[in-house]
Design a protein around this ligand. Structure first.
Ligand SMILES: C[S@@+](CC[C@H](N)C(=O)[O-])C[C@H]1O[C@@H](n2cnc3c(N)ncnc32)[C@H](O)[C@@H]1O
Length: 277
């Protein structure tokens, strides 16, 4: 069988079994198993495929059809143009989160050396992207849970990033003297909503999603424990209906807030600048 036939068969199988982006996923699985770039794939449609590779692809297609996210199957995903290992137990970096990184880099462009903390770091996508793109940032990444913590360490090494990795609980008293820029994408989904999420999202760790009854538990803790030691600015990713609540929590702690939208036009990031006294 040649690649073009394999590609058509795989696409039809995924589509027939309800995989939403079947063509994209079929190509991603083929590139992963055959070790091809997208350009290689386009140039090699007539290349013959070994039987063991076909069997491997069949097995991966079944995992995809069972609802396992494509990103976990291929094991690596791109964020801010950088590679990140992902798999069971770590949140898959989302393109929407790049808005937070854009704003962090814009802030850092006008600052001298700055201490930056990425709270709830997961794969480390925020911390690593900031450290790689702002040499004046002294970045620490805080994560509590295994295996996210282990992915975080692997991704810092993979990208050769200057990030200090810390295992700590956001709900405990922070072990930092002061932070210039606090970045965070905490769990923010209401507990009752989690059961209704797509099969793929439900394969991601509940500890990365569940923000408590009203989705705001983490923002309350950030306001109480972390904003008192934040000297200049906080940037927090939010759920699209949470802007007013999170703004109120941060403003009570002396931060003037603006809301930034993501590429789909939804409220996505709260930026709080510390009021001068
Ligand atoms: C929404 S995910 C964000 C991951 C990553 N920052 C991103 O944007 O893809 C939230 C992360 O917070 C971590 N987390 C949950 N509770 C925590 C806690 N109490 N202290 C520290 N990290 C926590 C989860 O393990 C998860 O990795």
């Amino acid at each position: 069988m040649v690649i073009s036939e394999l590609r058509r068969g795989l696409f039809e199988k995924l589509e027939k079994n309800g995989v939403a982006d079947a063509r994209f996923d079929a190509d991603a699985l083929i590139m992963h198993v055959l070790g091809l770039s997208r350009t290689d794939l386009a140039l090699r449609f007539d290349q013959k495929v070994d039987a063991d590779k076909i069997n491997e692809l069949e097995a991966l297609a079944l995992r995809r059809i069972s609802g396992e996210p494509l990103q976990y199957i291929v094991g690596k995903w791109e964020f801010y143009g950088l590679p990140f290992y992902v798999g069971e137990g770590v949140l898959i970096p989302r393109a929407d989160t790049e808005v937070l990184v854009d704003n962090a880099l814009e802030f850092l462009a006008n600052e001298p050396e700055c201490t930056v903390v990425d709270l709830c770091s997961g794969s480390g996508c925020i911390a690593v992207s900031v450290a790689k793109n702002a040499k004046n940032a002294k970045v620490s990444a805080v994560e509590l849970y295994e295996p996210a913590y282990s992915y975080l360490n692997r991704n810092v090494k993979l990208n050769n990033a200057a990030v200090k990795v810390i295992k700590a609980d956001l709900f405990d008293t922070p072990d930092f003297d002061g932070i210039d820029l606090l970045l965070t994408n905490p769990p923010y989904i209401e507990t009752d909503t989690i059961n209704g999420l797509s099969q793929e999202v439900k394969r991601e760790p509940k500890t990365a999603l569940d923000g408590g009854d009203d989705g705001l538990d983490y923002y309350r803790a950030i306001a109480e424990k972390w904003l008192p030691i934040t000297r200049k600015c906080v940037m927090a990713e939010i759920g699209e209906t949470q802007a007013a609540d999170v703004t109120a929590l941060f403003e009570q702690k002396g931060f003037a807030c603006v809301t930034v939208k993501d590429l789909s036009g939804n409220d996505r990031v709260i930026i709080g600048t510390k009021n001068r006294v």
